[in-house]
Design a protein around this ligand. Structure first.
Ligand SMILES: Cc1cc2nc3c(=O)[nH]c(=O)nc-3n(C[C@H](O)[C@H](O)[C@H](O)COP(=O)(O)OP(=O)(O)OC[C@H]3O[C@@H](n4cnc5c(N)ncnc54)[C@H](O)[C@@H]3O)c2cc1C
Length: 225
């Protein structure tokens, strides 16, 4: 299905005269992008570029054991067996969505969140039914809880956490880390351009960028009309 959809988009792009190069892009400078393709290197000169490289799940070093039982959302969508006990770290929309999926499949879910509420970035009216569902269908929902360390113990993961100031150690079959996402802006050569990034790695949008984006949006709207 997704192959059909992306094939359709590629066809639309072709009809509109969009040139598509498949390969890894790297900014050589503020006007040149190098693309590593299967046919060799291609250099593209551009006036303006849209960086749309997406993001990946954040995996703090303390959680990165190299053990497949510690998963991010990417691996959680490819698991072959349903874990009996699953710890979900992070009460944002990804933690809640995947926690709900695994609860429906029969896992006992313990969800922990460092802040004092679930889905804190969402409209409270929208968050309320999700929280009510989790309270009914998850084994436990713990707020004000911080996971410190994890380690492999046999076929399980030992997790050390602080629940409202109290230290706890527990064993889980699998752990899903859903503590946010980081941009894929490393290793694309942005340091060779005038673009700067903030402390979390996101491209900084300054006053001179905003009108450029607005102008692009207006042109796109005019074309579509
Ligand atoms: C579990 C989960 C559930 C979600 N559910 C929803 C949902 O229900 N609804 C919704 O709207 N959103 C949802 N999202 C969010 C959604 O997936 C993202 O917002 C969306 O994919 C972002 O699109 P994008 O084009 O910015 O990035 P991406 O889809 O990540 O695309 C970026 C592309 O850039 C390519 N790329 C990266 N670096 C380079 C390079 N150097 N050179 C060339 N190409 C490169 C990558 O290969 C990739 O194909 C969900 C996300 C997750 C993780």
């Amino acid at each position: 299905m997704s192959a059909k959809l992306s094939g359709g988009v590629a066809q639309l792009a072709k009809l509109r005269g969009v040139e598509v190069w498949s390969g890894r892009g790297y900014f050589e400078d503020s006007n040149t992008l190098r693309v590593e393709t299967s046919e060799g290197q291609k250099f593209i000169n551009y006036e303006q570029a849209i960086v749309a490289v997406g993001s990946k799940s954040a995996l703090p070093k303390a959680f990165d054991l190299g053990n497949p039982r510690v998963m991010t959302s990417r691996e959680a969508l490819e698991v072959e067996e349903v874990p009996e006990n699953l710890l979900v770290i992070g009460g944002g929309y990804i933690g809640m969505e995947l926690g709900t999926v695994y609860a429906s499949l029969g896992s006992k879910i313990v969800l922990v969140e460092a802040l004092d509420g679930i889905l804190m970035g969402a409209d409270p009216d929208l968050a309320r039914p999700v929280v009510a569902y989790a309270k009914k269908n998850f084994k436990e929902v713990r707020v004000k809880t911080k996971v410190g360390k994890m380690s492999t113990q046999g076929k399980q993961i030992k997790v050390e956490m602080e629940v409202e100031g109290q230290k706890k150690e527990e064993l889980y079959d699998r752990v899903l880390v859903a503590v946010g996402r980081v941009p894929n802006c490393e290793d694309i050569g942005l340091e060779n351009t005038k673009v700067t990034r903030d402390e979390k790695g996101f491209i900084k949008i300054n006053d001179s960028n905003r009108p450029t984006i607005r102008r692009f949006m207006r042109l796109a709207t005019l074309r579509a009309a």
